[in-house]
Design a protein around this ligand. Structure first.
Ligand SMILES: [Zn+2]
Length: 422
């Protein structure tokens, strides 16, 4: 039965879809319109051929993005207004388990269905799109092993977490959401700490950087920045793709900086130092801690809203649930339905992330050199076939990293002032 909430949801979903589609097409057209010429700022940095390859890759990815948008909207509608979640709820309620166990099975089965129906998308992305642009190195064996590993990890970690939350929802009284929030955040903190040593090594090999000449340079940089010297690793990213990356992960005694082996192949030692200085910037400026603090606030508000929604029968009946309110359905509905209403918050999070990137760039330019970071970024952009002419609005909405032209401009401005001019 459709109620007022169903119509509000439907309108929000349509607006959401239209806005995302419009942004996607803007980006697509902007990149296409700038395809014929390398922008002035990059004339000495990119060939026309590189620039056009980047444009073609971006256009192919945005076409894939449009298809993916239609597909995920159909999935969302099937689970909600078309009654998928309600149907599965009726199905599981015929088993004779206690409510918490039923809830865990219900959520596990939906997660499994979701993984299966989105599988064609990831197969297409890896083996068709990425393959076509020369990025894919994933063997079918690795692809299947990744899915199996993910399922095992989800079972080991996800099921106990869902079980605890559903148990709190049932047994902890009206303030259950405060306890659930605390459990969820502790769990997240543990995950951030454990990720580099427990989860990531299941998928990739991590080896300490061992080039002696480079190691000496890196050790001096690490000493300068106060970072534990055992914390720099090389990851075999080339096992899956030729995409390159570097990142800072973990907390406390598990913090580390990771370079993809693919990235090290095309950067000079000095450029590697500059990229490392950028990652050390994220560490020195406490970006992970700040991001975690922000997520505490976001999760608190989310759990409070969930606590409120669980008591409203319209939230359930409007989304195709015939069995009436229950904790497990409420939790699942909340996870599926809220992103439709919080779409306008996304640019705020993108903005914060880009601000951290600028701060880390500034740290790198002070610690090492902005010019070397610029040349590393240019190489990275070229190898990644990343467009240097993104649509500004699209970039503002989604980009976690500032687009290359803006970032490079800022880095030029961060250069030490010319002593002759002072
Ligand atoms: Zn960064």
């Amino acid at each position: 039965m459709m109620n007022t909430f169903s119509y509000i949801f439907l309108i929000a979903l349509i607006l959401n879809f239209a806005a995302k589609m419009w942004l996607n097409l803007r980006h697509n057209n902007h990149v296409n319109a700038n395809r014929h010429q390398v922008p002035d700022a990059f004339l000495d940095k990119l060939t026309l051929e590189d620039h056009q390859k980047a444009a073609d890759y971006t256009v192919a990815k945005s076409k894939y993005g449009r298809f993916s948008m239609v597909y995920s909207t159909l999935i969302l509608l099937s689970f909600t207004l078309f009654g998928g979640l309600g149907y599965l709820d009726v199905l599981w309620s015929t088993t004779n388990n206690d409510p918490v166990t039923t809830g865990v099975w219900y959520i596990a089965s939906i997660s499994l269905i979701y993984i299966i129906i989105t599988l064609p998308e990831s197969i297409y992305f890896t083996f068709v799109l990425e393959e076509k642009f020369g990025f894919n190195n994933t063997k079918v064996k690795t692809f299947i092993a990744d899915i199996v590993k993910t399922l095992i990890i989800m079972t080991i970690i996800g099921i106990p977490l869902v079980w605890i939350i559903l148990w709190l929802m049932q047994s902890a009284g009206s303030l259950w959401w405060v306890y659930a929030w605390a459990v969820f955040c502790s769990f997240n903190l543990f995950a951030i700490w454990a990720y580099p040593v427990l989860i990531a090594p299941i998928f990739n090999k991590f080896t300490p950087l061992d080039d002696p000449e480079l190691k000496t340079k890196i050790d001096s940089l690490l000493g300068q920045c106060g970072f534990a010297s055992k914390g720099v690793f090389v990851m075999d990213g080339s096992k899956r793709s030729s995409h390159g990356n570097a990142f800072f992960a973990g907390m406390g005694n598990n913090k580390r900086i990771v370079f993809f082996d693919t990235l090290l192949k095309y950067l000079s030692h000095e450029e590697i130092e500059a990229v490392l200085a950028h990652e050390l910037g994220h560490f020195r400026l406490n970006h992970i801690k700040k991001q975690f603090a922000l997520s505490l606030v976001v999760y608190f508000i989310s759990f409070a809203i969930l606590g409120l929604l669980l008591t409203k029968s319209w939230f359930f009946s409007g989304m195709g649930i015939s069995n009436g309110p229950s904790n497990h359905v409420g939790l699942m509905l909340f996870l599926l339905v809220t992103p439709v209403f919080t779409f306008l918050l996304d640019p705020i999070f993108s903005f914060i992330s880009r601000k951290y990137e600028f701060e880390a760039d500034e740290y790198a330019s002070k610690t090492r050199s902005s010019l070397l970071l610029i040349s590393a970024l240019v190489k990275l952009n070229r190898e990644e076939k990343a467009t240097v002419t993104p649509d500004p609005l699209y970039s503002m909405m989604y980009d976690s990293h500032p687009p290359a032209p803006i970032r490079i401009n800022q880095l030029y401005e961060m250069r030490d002032p010319d002593p002759n001019k002072a």
